[in-house]
Design a protein around this ligand. Structure first.
Ligand code: ADP
Ligand code: MG
Length: 259
């Protein structure tokens, strides 16, 4: 993401949700995006997932400049390369767990028998082998989110985007979802990008990126130092390494991750 801006126009008001954001995420990384409500996290996730286009700047996924892709190319990119997990699960209530997981494979034209086999396999991997026939309202919150993770994996995407995946879960279910996401990175080499308020999530991430007012305000690597991002205007001198940002991507010994 290079100098990404996103403006929403509401009548005469313009909301500047992203204001010249720069970030680069490597294949296979697990990145936690944190920041106060309204700082632009979901807007950024929509752009990362090619669900929305920026107002300005350049967004590139795996070498493809999103602004220069046609709508059908974007659909293919989203369908094959990216899996989404949402805070509110977004499962289809009238479909079973199995059918929910099969749905993205239908859009990619997978034959019926292969769909069912693969969906069962994925539900097994998220620990729900004995829940395939259950509908979302017959599952706990944690189980629903597991179905959503299985659905995100349906087309074996390289990138998993999760926007506050533990936001509606109790601590224990939340931890197991985080462990599941971490496993996708460690065992399957997926790139996992999650938005979270959960300090525990910072522990599973290789890197924490902190947003504030539509820009990256700080980032920290696991076991490394914290770097304040250069902020135009207030910090023209550029980067400095500081103890003031207080973000730690590792361990619990530095407490919560606020800046
Ligand atoms: P976060 O996910 O960090 O809470 P968002 O990306 O949802 O932040 O929102 C960033 C800013 O953009 C907020 O001020 C929000 O009100 C505004 N915003 C988000 N989506 C829209 C939209 N579709 N139309 C208008 N304003 C929006
Ligand atoms: Mg949000």
């Amino acid at each position: 993401m290079e100098q990404i801006t996103k403006e929403y126009k509401l009548g005469k008001t313009v909301v500047r949700a992203l204001r010249g954001l720069d970030m680069e995420i490597a294949a296979g990384e697990t990145v936690a995006i944190m920041g106060p409500s309204g700082s632009g996290k979901s807007t950024l996730m929509h752009i990362l997932g090619a669900l929305d286009t920026p107002t300005g700047g350049t967004a590139t996924i795996d070498g493809a400049d999103l602004q220069h892709l046609r709508e059908n190319q974007l659909v293919t990119l989203r369908g094959k390369k990216i899996g989404f997990v949402f805070q509110t699960f977004n499962l289809i209530q009238t479909l079973s767990a199995l059918q929910n997981v099969e749905l993205p494979m239908i859009f990619q034209g997978l034959p019926r028998s292969e769909r069912a086999r693969r969906a069962k396999d994925l539900l097994g991997r998220v620990g729900l082998a004995d829940r395939v026939r259950h509908k979302p309202n017959e599952l706990s919150g944690g189980e629903r989110q597991r179905v959503a993770v299985a659905r995100a994996l349906a087309n074996d995407p390289e990138i998993i985007l999760a926007d506050e995946p533990t936001g509606n879960l109790d601590t224990e279910s939340g931890s197991s979802i985080l462990a599941l996401l971490k496993g996708l990175s460690v065992n399957d080499g997926k790139t996992v990008i999650l938005v979270t308020h959960d300090p525990e999530a910072a522990e599973i991430a290789d890197r924490v990126i902190l947003l504030r007012d539509g820009c990256v305000s700080a980032e920290g690597r696991a076991g490394g130092e914290v770097t304040d991002a250069p902020s135009p205007g207030s910090n023209p001198g550029g980067r400095h390494v500081g103890e003031d940002a207080g973000v730690s991507a590792e361990g619990g010994d530095e407490g919560d991750s606020h800046a």
